[in-house]
Design a protein around this ligand. Structure first.
Ligand code: NDP
Length: 244
């Protein structure tokens, strides 16, 4: 069945792989981005070239007005959002004593406040339809913690608490709310860490390598599908067997 899907941060990395997979499954996909229009256009073109249907939609997911405007555009062009993938995320790493309040606020707003804003906006239509899927990208940092990433880990742990709570609120209406917690995945985000850190990380991963965006997308695709109709409030770890 073709549904309307919105993937925040769908222009690059994990989000792009999710957008491409959902389009392959026949869904009409809104690819959200915030700054990099060229990357969003490239994602939309790749989906179209593969026979899928997608549009690009700009919004800062941490900003309430921007999220409202994004849902208006998606509603008008594709219809009510039935599958919401909360993927947009950033890092501003520092040890907590050196972490400025801006780095704290920016990460909490983009990674966590966003999930509240978009989920609330999507739930209105999902409740009416008595069907919906919300899948949010957390992180193993949100489960185990990660020194140097207190803001990021707090935002990702927050997603897990939000997911379990909202799953309990809307489960009786045919809506599932789940999270995926990736480990180290090869994207622009981890490229920025440099070879030394990623090589050291690979040594702590049972499968001996970083993951690919498509390997996370597969988990999201499952949770967004009818196959996962009895799975809710869950956080699916996709980390290659990492020992933190
Ligand atoms: P990338 O840095 O490769 O891509 C980030 C995406 O988010 C881009 O599409 C970017 O848009 C978008 N984005 C950033 N800020 C905003 C904003 N304020 N509003 C809307 N969109 C925004 O990230 P990854 O693919 O690596 O990560 C995706 C998600 O997975 C994140 O939530 C991340 O925390 C999580 N994750 C990643 C892991 C990894 O190892 N890579 C591990 C665990 C979790 P634009 O192109 O316009 O900048």
């Amino acid at each position: 069945m073709s549904r309307v899907a919105l993937v925040t941060g769908g222009s690059r990395g994990i989000g792009r792989a999710v957008a491409e997979l959902l389009a392959t499954q026949g869904h009409r996909v809104a690819v959200n981005y915030t700054a990099n229009e060229a990357a969003a256009d490239a994602a939309v073109e790749a989906i179209a070239a593969a026979g899928g249907s997608a549009i690009a939609v700009q919004a800062d997911v941490g900003d309430a007005d921007s999220v409202t405007a994004m849902f208006a555009v998606v509603g008008e062009r594709l219809g009510s959002v039935e599958i919401l993938v909360n993927n947009a995320g950033i890092t501003r790493d520092a040890l907590v004593l050196r972490m400025g309040v801006e780095a704290w606020d920016e990460v909490i707003e983009t990674n966590l406040r966003s999930v509240y804003l978009t989920s609330k906006a999507a739930l209105r239509g999902m409740l009416r339809a008595r069907w919906g899927r919300i899948v949010s990208i957390s992180s193993v940092s949100g489960i185990a913690g990660n020194p140097g990433q207190a803001n990021y880990a707090a935002s990702k742990a927050g997603i897990i608490g939000f997911t379990k709570s909202v799953a309990g609120e809307v489960g009786s209406r045919g809506i599932t709310v789940n999270a995926v917690a990736p480990g180290f995945i090869e994207t622009d985000m981890t490229d920025a860490l440099g070879d030394e850190i990623t090589t050291a990380a690979s040594e702590r991963i049972a499968l001996g390598r970083l993951g690919q965006p498509e390997e996370v997308a597969a988990a999201v695709g499952y949770l967004a599908s009818d196959d996962a109709s009895y799975v809710t409030g869950h956080t699916l770890v996709v980390d290659g067997g990492i020992a933190l």
